[in-house]
Ligand binder design. Structure first.
Ligand code: GDP
Ligand code: MG
Length: 163
């Protein structure tokens, strides 16, 4: 069985764009409005010959995502069961938000290895956000532009030792 890599993050950081980039097809719905990915989607991903199953999630994207009980309920739905690694995606342009830090705390309580991914890092606008992502506590963040396909080689370097 191929290793399974799950994509986690708050709405609108580019999880589905990254999923599509790694699968090479437009399977996941990408939208400017948060909350478009309604359930988890799986696809076959390949980076430089490394094959894995990639899972797109939307557990923090719901109408009640801003209430504590709502968030806790959704967290239990973002099951990491079966995942060999998690890609924790943040938005390098927007910088970290309280929800990013909450997701980080939750991920630190889990056993799965986590790679922090600072997406939307094309150009210079994302530089501060990439540096900020070190504070998530998952080691060196991978600076990525899912939309432009930049940084995928660095994602390979971060993933291959753990999956
Ligand atoms: P999700 O809610 O986390 O699944 O995010 P989506 O993949 O739906 O993307 C949300 C928005 O961010 C869309 O408008 C995307 O076009 C945009 N986006 C995704 N990746 C990038 C990127 O690398 N750079 C920029 N500038 N925008 C991106
Ligand atoms: Mg999505």
């Amino acid at each position: 069985m191929k290793p399974q890599v799950i994509i986690i993050g708050r709405p609108n950081v580019g999880k589905s764009t990254l999923f599509n980039r790694l699968v090479g097809k437009r399977l996941a719905l990408v939208d400017d409005q948060p909350g478009v990915t309604r359930d988890r989607r799986m696809g076959d991903a390949t980076i430089a010959g490394m094959e894995f199953t990639i899972v797109d999630t939307a557990g923090w994207e719901d109408d009640d995502a801003e209430t504590l009980p709502g968030r806790m309920r959704k967290q239990t739905e973002v099951s990491l069961e079966g995942a060999d690694a998690a890609l924790f995606v943040v938005d390098a342009r927007a910088g970290l938000t309280p929800l990013d830090n909450e997701i980080a705390r939750w991920l630190h309580s889990q056993k799965v290895p986590v790679v922090a991914v600072a997406n939307k890092a094309e150009g210079r606008t994302g530089e501060a956000g990439v540096l900020e992502a070190y504070s998530l506590g998952f080691g060196d963040p991978v600076a990525l532009s899912a939309e432009h396909g930049e940084g995928v080689a660095d994602l390979f370097d971060a993933l291959w030792p753990i999956i």
